[in-house]
Design a protein around this ligand. Structure first.
Ligand code: NDP
Length: 460
C-alpha cells in the first residue's frame, strides 16, 4: 500500500495529483457538486504541501478526511397547524473526530441536501482545527424551512427532529449548534426535547439561551469575528475599518452582528439583503436602523424589502445581489455561491480591497481567482467566520466547568482566537512576493493538526 502511494505521487505534478484525487472523489460521490467544489478548493491549495510531505499521502489522510466517519439520515414527521401530516428529511454528517467531539451547526432550509451538508461538514473540520480548540467537525439539518411557519409548527418539527437526533449526540460525542434557519428559538425547542428524552442537563447544544447554559456573545460571535478578521487583514496593509464603506449581504444572525461591529469600529455599512433582494442605504445602517432590522428579522420574521418602506432615503433592489455597490470592504454573510466571477470583477473594479467571508463558501472558485489575481485581501470562510464555532467551544467549556465568563472575557478570548487564526494563515499562506494567500494558509494550517492526530491514532 505504501509503495503504491509513493508511485502515485512520484513523477506527478500538482495538477495530476489534483485531477486524480478529484476524479476518484467525484466517482465515489456522484452529483454532490457543492461537496466537490469545497474539496477541490482545499486540495488545490494542499497539493503542493502534500507532495512535499509524503507521510500524509502514504497514510491516505486526505482520502480519509473526505469520507465522513458517519452519515445519519432519518425521517422527520410532524403535524402542521391545519392538522395535516408533513414529512421532512433529517441529517447529521459526523465528518471527523480526530481532535475532539463532532461539532457543527444545523441548517434548516428548503435547499438542504447531502451534498451541501457534506461540504459544510468538511469545511467545519478544518475551521474547527484553526480555532485551536479541541473540536471535531460535523454538520446537519433538514429541508424543513421555518420561514412562514408558526411557532407551534416550528416546535413540533424541532421536537420530532430531536427525537431521532438525540440518540446520536451528547456532550462528549457530538455538539450541534445553529446555522441558517436555526436561531435561538429552534435551539430552545430542540434542547427542551433533548433534555426531556435524555433526562440530563448537559451542554449538548450550543447557542443556548443565556439563562439556561448559553454563553455571552455567542449570537454576536460570527459577525464580530468576521469583522475582527477583516481588521487583522487590513492591518497588514496599514489600513483599518474606520472610515470605510462596507457592503454586507444577508440580514440574518451573521450579517446583523457584522453591521454592529463595523459600526463600532467606525465603518459605514450601506447594504443588507435576503433571498428576494437587497437594500442600499447610502447614509449607512446606523445602530438605530440595525435595531429595526433585528426586530424585523428576529421577531416579526419579515423581509428586508420593508426596510426601504421605513427608511425612504434607502432603496430596494428586487432579485439582485449587492455586489455592484461601490465599497472598500465586502462581507458576504448570506449563503454559498453568492458571489460569482462577474460580481467579483465588479467589486474589484469598484475599488474593493478586502473580502472577508462571514458565510460558508459564498464566493465561487472563479470569484476567488479574481480576488487572488488582483492581490486583494481575501479571507475565506473557514478562517474569517470561525469566531462562531470558537465561541461555541467557549460555551462548551463554560458548561463543563459550570461557570459563566463575563461578556468582556468572552470577547477578549474571541478576539484573541481570530488574531491567532490570522497569524496561522499568514504563517502558511505567505507567498514569495509577500502576498498572503489566506485560503492556502487556512487550508494548510487547518489540515496539519487534524492530519497529525489521524496519523497518531492509526487507521480508524
Ligand atoms: P440566518 O438564517 O440567520 O440568515 C441567513 C441570511 O441569508 C438571511 O438573510 C437569508 O435570507 C439569507 N439567505 C439564505 N439563503 C439564501 C439564498 N439562497 N440566497 C440569498 N440569501 C440567502 O443564517 P446565519 O446568519 O446564521 O448564516 C449565514 C451564513 O453564515 C451561512 O452560510 C452559515 O453557514 C454561515 N455561518 C453561520 C454561523 C453562525 O454562527 N450562525 C457560523 C459560521 C458560518 P432569507 O431570509 O431570504 O432566507
Amino acid at each position: 500500500m505504501g509503495n503504491e502511494a509513493e508511485l502515485y505521487i512520484k513523477g506527478n505534478e500538482v495538477e495530476t495529483y489534483l485531477e486524480k484525487f478529484m476524479a476518484t472523489l467525484v466517482a465515489k460521490n456522484p452529483h454532490e457538486v457543492e461537496f466537490h467544489q469545497a474539496v477541490r478548493e482545499v486540495v488545490e491549495s494542499l497539493a503542493p504541501f502534500l507532495l512535499k510531505h509524503p507521510v500524509y499521502t502514504k497514510l491516505k489522510i486526505l482520502e480519509r478526511m473526505t469520507e465522513p466517519e458517519r452519515v445519519i439520515m432519518f425521517r422527520v414527521p410532524w403535524i402542521n397547524d391545519r392538522g395535516e401530516v408533513e414529512v421532512n428529511k433529517g441529517y447529521r454528517i459526523q465528518m471527523n473526530s480526530a481532535i475532539g467531539p463532532y461539532k457543527g451547526g444545523l441548517r434548516f432550509h428548503y435547499s438542504v441536501n447531502l451534498s451541501i451538508l457534506k461540504f459544510l461538514a468538511f469545511e467545519q473540520v478544518l475551521k474547527n482545527s484553526l480555532t485551536t480548540l479541541p473540536m471535531g467537525g460535523a454538520k446537519g439539518g433538514s429541508d424543513f424551512d421555518p420561514k412562514g411557519k408558526s411557532d407551534n409548527e416550528v416546535m413540533r418539527f424541532c421536537q420530532s427532529f430531536m427525537t431521532e437526533l438525540q440518540r446520536h449526540i451528547g456532550p462528549d460525542t457530538d455538539v450541534p449548534a445553529g446555522d441558517i434557519g436555526v436561531g435561538g428559538r429552534e435551539i430552545g425547542f430542540m434542547y427542551g426535547q433533548y433534555k426531556r428524552l435524555r433526562n440530563e442537563f448537559t451542554g449538548t447544544l450550543t447557542g443556548k439561551g443565556f439563562d439556561w447554559g448559553g454563553s455571552y456573545l455567542r449570537p454576536e460571535a460570527t459577525g464580530y469575528g468576521t469583522t475582527y478578521f477583516a481588521q487583522e487583514m487590513l492591518k497588514t496593509r496599514g489600513e483599518s475599518i474606520s472610515g470605510k464603506t462596507v457592503v454586507i449581504s444577508g440580514s440574518g444572525n451573521v450579517s446583523q452582528y457584522a453591521v454592529e461591529k463595523v459600526n463600532q469600529l467606525g465603518g459605514k455599512v450601506v447594504t443588507l439583503s435576503d433571498s428576494n433582494g437587497y437594500i442600499y442605504d447610502k447614509e449607512g445602517i446606523t445602530a438605530e436602523k440595525l435595531a429595526y432590522v433585528m426586530d424585523l428579522k428576529n421577531v416579526m420574521h419579515g423581509r428586508i424589502k420593508e426596510y426601504a418602506e421605513v427608511y425612504p432615503d434607502s432603496m430596494y433592489c428586487e432579485n439582485q445581489r449587492p455586489w455592484g455597490v461601490k465599497c472598500d470592504i465586502a462581507l458576504p454573510c448570506a449563503t454559498q455561491n453568492e458571489i460569482n466571477e462577474q460580481e467579483a470583477i465588479m467589486l474589484v473594479s469598484n475599488g474593493c480591497i478586502c473580502v472577508a467571508e462571514g458565510a460558508n463558501m459564498p464566493s465561487t472558485p472563479e470569484a476567488i481567482e479574481v480576488f487572488l489575481k488582483n492581490r486583494i485581501l481575501f479571507g475565506p470562510g473557514k478562517a474569517a467566520n470561525a469566531g462562531g464555532v470558537a465561541t461555541s467551544g467557549l460555551e462548551m467549556s463554560q458548561n463543563s466547568m459550570r461557570i459563566k465568563w463575563s461578556p468582556e472575557e468572552v470577547d477578549a478570548k474571541l478576539h484573541s482566537i481570530m488574531k491567532n487564526i490570522h497569524t496561522t494563515c499568514v504563517e502558511y499562506g505567505t507567498q514569495p512576493d509577500g502576498y498572503v494567500n489566506y485560503m492556502m494558509g487556512a487550508n494548510i494550517g487547518g489540515f496539519i493538526k487534524v492530519a497529525n492526530a489521524m496519523r497518531d491514532q492509526g487507521l480508524v
